[in-house]
Every structure is written in structure tokens, then in C-alpha cells.
Design a protein around this ligand. Structure first.
Ligand SMILES: [Zn+2]
Length: 277
């Protein structure tokens, strides 16, 4: 199912112009990235063997990528471990999906990136045209920042849990919002969107149901203000709740009280970041 789903994701984000998979990579805050350290317990973990393939070696994007990332497989592996660390407490967590292979390719197409496949074999494509656009101005740090950011998003799809009995990806409802909101929450938490709620990276919206960065920043705020393990617990709620919903999952993780319902938290968040009075 995810295969179809994530193709759609990319098409959708393109239909919307500056889509949500796409980041308008702004200042490359490499200082943020340096803060992100892989914990010792993950270092020897096998996130799945990475197979890199360049399907567009004639393109400028491919040349840029290969110059900036001369060894893609270890680069992808390292970032996969950072995503796993953001989603799970440790390698012993029985919920951690065991991937055998991660196919990663550069392709010449109109898009940003997409994850496909399911089970223990997954693939991610990265667009050489997007690389060319992200490298406008020749800013190497910015391209690395953007490439990592896109990778965090897509790798989250490879490792995240899938909530049950809450619709399907294509209906744009709770399930979809979880899948895409978590992917951008991980990207923010890993420092590849600005970790500043006043930043232009955070889109303004009336409802968390917009998914992507709107939901992603909201989840990240909860992690900062309510529970430092929130993203891991929210991910785990997908395995723990038989009938999942945003509201049920928030209460499950934070305590079943009115102030922990999703709408109450959304209202509190918007007041806290100064979006509403
Ligand atoms: Zn996505």
C-alpha cells in the first residue's frame, strides 16, 4: 500500500507548488546539525544494507551530488540511524522494523524525493533536478542541509509505525496526517528545518490536519514542552492503540485529561507560539 501512497505524496506536494516534502531550504544552519549526535547504543546497529545507484550520471545534479557526497552509502546509513534514534528508544525495542535493504537512487525527474516499497525492502529516489535547484548559488552547506532534510523525511517513512483503523493514506485524514506529520516532525527534530517557531519554515495554519510541517512543528513543540520522549511515544502509540486517532494517541501518551486532547493542545500551542492571543 505504501508504494502507491508515497508516489502520491510526491505528486501531491508538487501540485501544491512549494510542497511540503520540498523544503524551501533556507539558511543552512549546520550548527543545528552538529548538535545531533548518534547515541552509542545505535552505533553498531544495522539499519539495513544501503545500495546506492546513480540512474542519471549525465545530469548536473548527479555531478553535484557525487562531489558533495562522495560516499553515499555511509552517509545514508548514518542518517538512517539518526532517524531510528528519533523514533525509538533503542535497538532492543521490538517495534523497530528490521530492514534488509535500502535502495537509494538519483533519478532525473520532476520531483523532490519519494519512498517506495514496503516490508524489509524499501527504496528512496532523489531527484537530480531538485539537487540542481537546491544548489543554486553554489552553496554546499545548503545542499547538504536540504539533502539530509529530505532524507530524514523519507527515512521516517521507512521506519515509522503505521496506526490502525484510522483510515488510509489516500483519504487525507488521520492516518495520512500521522504519516506525513511525523516525517516532518523528525526532520525538525533532527535540525533540518529551523527549530524556531517564528521561522518561515513553519507554515501558518488553522488546523493540525494540514499534515506535513503544520503537524510536524506541532508535534515537535509537544516534545519540547510536554514530554521529551513524545515523538517516540507517539510513534509507538501506532502499535499500542487498536483504534488510533490523534486525540486518542495524545491522551494515551500524555495522560487522559481534557487538556491533553488534540484540540486543547493545538489551541495551547498556538497561544504559546504567539499565533493567536
Ligand atoms: Zn512524505
Amino acid at each position: 500500500m505504501k508504494k502507491v501512497i508515497f508516489l502520491l505524496t510526491v505528486l501531491l506536494s508538487f501540485g501544491l507548488g512549494a510542497g511540503s516534502e520540498a523544503s524551501a531550504a533556507r539558511k543552512a544552519t549546520s550548527s543545528q546539525m552538529q548538535k545531533l549526535k548518534l547515541k552509542k547504543k545505535w552505533r553498531a546497529y544495522d539499519p539495513g544494507e544501503v545500495f546506492f545507484r546513480d540512474n542519471a550520471p549525465q545530469t548536473e545534479g548527479s555531478k553535484i551530488y557525487n562531489r558533495i557526497i562522495p560516499e553515499p552509502a555511509p552517509y545514508i546509513r548514518e542518517n538512517a540511524l539518526l532517524v531510528l534514534q528519533t523514533l525509538y528508544r533503542g535497538p532492543k525495542d521490538p517495534n523497530v522494523p528490521k530492514l534488509k535493504r535500502i535502495y537509494y537512487s538519483l533519478d532525473d525527474y520532476n520531483g523532490v524525493s519519494e519512498k517506495y516499497g514496503h516490508g524489509d525492502h524499501v527504496g528512496i529516489r532523489y531527484s537530480t533536478r531538485w539537487i540542481e535547484r537546491s544548489f543554486a548559488g553554489g552553496d554546499t552547506a545548503r545542499l547538504d542541509y536540504e539533502t539530509r532534510g529530505v532524507l530524514y523525511h523519507e527515512l521516517t517513512h521507512a521506519y515509522q509505525l503505521e496506526p490502525k483503523n484510522c483510515g488510509q493514506y489516500t483519504d487525507g485524514g488521520e492516518y495520512w496526517c500521522f504519516i506525513e506529520g511525523m516525517a516532518d516532525a523528525v526532520r525538525v527534530a533532527c535540525g533540518c528545518f529551523e527549530q524556531d517557531f517564528q521561522s518561515k519554515d513553519r507554515p501558518r495554519a488553522e488546523t493540525w490536519r494540514k499534515g506535513y510541517r503544520v503537524a510536524g512543528y506541532f508535534l515537535y513543540w509537544i516534545q519540547l514542552n510536554k514530554d521529551k520522549d513524545f515523538l517516540r511515544k507517539f510513534n509507538r502509540s501506532a502499535a499500542e492503540l487498536e483504534t488510533w486517532s490523534w486525540d486518542a494517541a495524545m491522551r494515551h501518551v500524555l495522560g487522559d485529561r481534557p487538556e491533553n486532547g488534540v484540540e486543547a493542545l493545538w489551541a495551547e500551542y498556538r497561544r504559546a507560539i504567539g499565533e493567536v492571543e
